[in-house]
Design a protein around this ligand. Structure first.
Ligand code: ADP
Length: 542
């Protein structure tokens, strides 16, 4: 027997329709790429998003066509998201921090028909435009006055493009499983892989994001997403904030400590979200200038592990800190570290211990840990294994890649290695390709790195597994020292001794001038493995 409720497809654009109808006067504030702060409302965002749809329709864009955006967090970018999705086209966010060749590869793989971009990226796109045969036109997110001379094909200023439309347009209704958006993983191993979100998965994800123990903002909040729209969907905030009528503050191109602080302060921001690098810049700026943020109540940090010292700094400021873990393939939220009983009343170091964990999943994400053979491992907070997940906003396949990515129970292998404790809190111990397999046992490279960076002379540390004739692999610690500081191999090893199991101790320490990073700010271990491919341990006698 079927239920007798309305067949109301979960479509992304319904979120903005709701925001315009119920929270129409709520503000959306942007630091524009041209410079000035621009103020608008959800009602205006909605009206202009309809014009984007109309302009795309005039350009012959149809259901299922891919439209790329290569742009900062701004109101115009938000309008484009909804305008693209509202006609059933696919909003393909491209990360501008990738190399131009990677951008070209991704645009070609997606077969994007239009590229919508900021002034900032016009020069990069001019370099690769000749290699983008599928692209019919470039829309530059600016007005006539700021439009540059450019060789980009059929280039038009955004304000002219939508200015030709009257907005008398209706968004379409279609199957909620229709593709809404796509985002390629950054491809630190092999080619990038396209993750294809549906309207249904995005709407369900935004409802998950809006639960109190997740991102949970309200219409009384102001949210500043530092995490970009082009990085894992801005953690869903472009959907979750309008769904709640939360004021949005978009930081545009300026993500340095001073600029982010200024917006947090002047716009009375209560909630914000971003990666640890951004918070480090903010904390440095605030401590150098002896500044406070009296309005900020809630800060979400994810994308890579949040250091304990950073958690403490925000806790000491009276800000509720929430560590989050996720990935592009999960839309991206996987777990969040809200404090549930019995930890809600924990104080001091014990509270920090829990806040440092990656957290537990909201309803809508299931997880398990397994060994290499796929056997489930216990939730004891100590045993670590491959972390696998399932849910309505988790990928089941990659775009145009014929590869089975789910196990027989329908779980996706995240590529992370983790423990889960009896309360359901998960802790990342490594990436599965980075874990060091020594004599059949696993050593966590992340735990070793965290320990090494606690040494006062160490700026950054990376650990890779290097072939060893007896143990198969042993850890090599690669260290970049702080400017003007000195420490020897022995100093660093001595510092680590006694804090980890003896057989976890790195076999050697190598000093480098710089540690390479990916476009999303993570340590690029493939490059380090390459750099040290002919390295052999001094003690490596068989
Ligand atoms: P990219 O490689 O493009 O940055 P993602 O943003 O999807 O791709 O990265 C997801 C990966 O980032 C996760 O699988 C995990 O390894 C890492 N990650 C994300 N959040 C955290 C966190 N809070 N702690 C540790 N690692 C994290």
């Amino acid at each position: 027997m079927l239920g007798l409720m309305q067949d109301w497809p979960l479509l992304c654009h319904r979120i903005l329709e709701h925001a315009a109808a119920i929270h129409g006067n709520q503000e959306v504030v942007t630091r524009s790429v041209e410079g000035p702060i621009v103020r608008t409302t959800y009602k205006q965002v909605y009206e202009r998003a309809l014009k984007v749809s109309q302009a795309l329709d005039k350009d012959g864009i149809k259901l299922g066509d891919r439209i790329a955006t290569i742009a900062w967090n701004t109101t115009r970018h938000l309008e484009c998201w909804y305008g693209i999705m509202g006609i059933g086209a696919v909003c393909h966010t491209v990360n501008p921090r990738l190399f131009p060749e990677q951008i070209a590869w991704i645009v070609n793989h997606a077969q994007d028909r239009i590229v919508i971009t900021d002034l900032t990226f016009v020069p990069v796109l001019e370099q690769v435009a000749a290699k983008l045969p599928s692209v019919e036109r470039f829309v530059i997110l600016t007005d006539k006055a700021h439009m540059p001379q450019t060789s980009l094909k059929n280039a038009i200023a955004y304000e002219d493009w939508i200015g030709e439309c009257d907005g008398d347009f209706k968004w379409k209704t279609f199957d909620e499983n229709t593709a809404a958006a796509m985002c390629y993983t950054s491809g630190t191993t092999g080619d990038p892989k396209g993750v294809l979100y549906s309207h249904r998965s995005n709407v369900i994800h935004s409802l998950m994001a809006n639960s109190k123990d997740a991102l949970g903002t309200s219409s009384a909040d102001a949210m500043l997403p530092v995490v970009p729209l082009f990085h894992a969907n801005s953690w869903g905030i472009a959907f979750s904030a309008p769904a709640m009528g939360t004021k949005l503050v978009m930081p545009g191109p300026k993500l340095d400590g001073a600029s982010v602080y200024e917006l947090l302060n002047t716009e009375n921001v209560t909630c914000t979200a971003g990666v640890p690098t951004v918070w480090l810049m903010l904390l440095n700026y605030m401590s150098q200038n002896n500044l406070k943020l009296p309005h900020l109540k809630f800060l979400v940090c994810g994308g890579s592990a949040m250091p304990r010292s950073m958690i403490k700094a925000f806790v000491d400021m009276g800000v509720e800190v929430r560590h989050a873990w996720g990935m592009t393939e999960m839309s991206p939220l996987g777990t969040l570290g809200a404090l549930k009983p019995p930890f809600s009343s924990a104080t001091g170091e014990e509270r920090l211990d829990v806040l440092q964990l990656q957290g537990y999943p909201p309803f809508g994400v299931q997880m398990k840990i397994t060994d290499d053979a796929g056997r489930e491992l216990p939730w004891d907070g100590k045993t670590f294994g491959r972390l696998k997940v399932s849910g309505p906003a988790v990928s089941k396949a990659y775009y145009r890649i014929d590869n089975k990515i789910l196990d027989e129970d329908g779980f996706f292998d995240t590529g992370d290695v983790a423990t889960i404790d009896e309360h359901g809190y998960m802790r990342i111990t490594d990436r599965s390709k980075d874990v060091i397999k020594s004599g059949g046992e696993w050593i966590s490279s992340i735990d070793l790195e965290n320990l090494a960076v606690a040494h006062p002379a160490v700026a950054e540390a990376a650990v890779i597994g290097v072939h060893h004739p007896k143990w198969d692999e042993r850890p090599l610690l690669i260290v970049q020292l702080k400017q003007g500081q000195n420490a020897s191999r022995e100093d660093i090893l001595k510092f680590m001794e006694g804090k980890i199991a003896k057989w976890w101790m790195p076999d050697d320490v190598a000093f480098v001038d710089g540690i390479p990073h990916t476009a999303t700010g993570k340590i690029l271990k493939t490059a380090l493995r390459d750099q040290f491919k002919s390295y052999s341990f001094p003690n490596a006698a068989a």
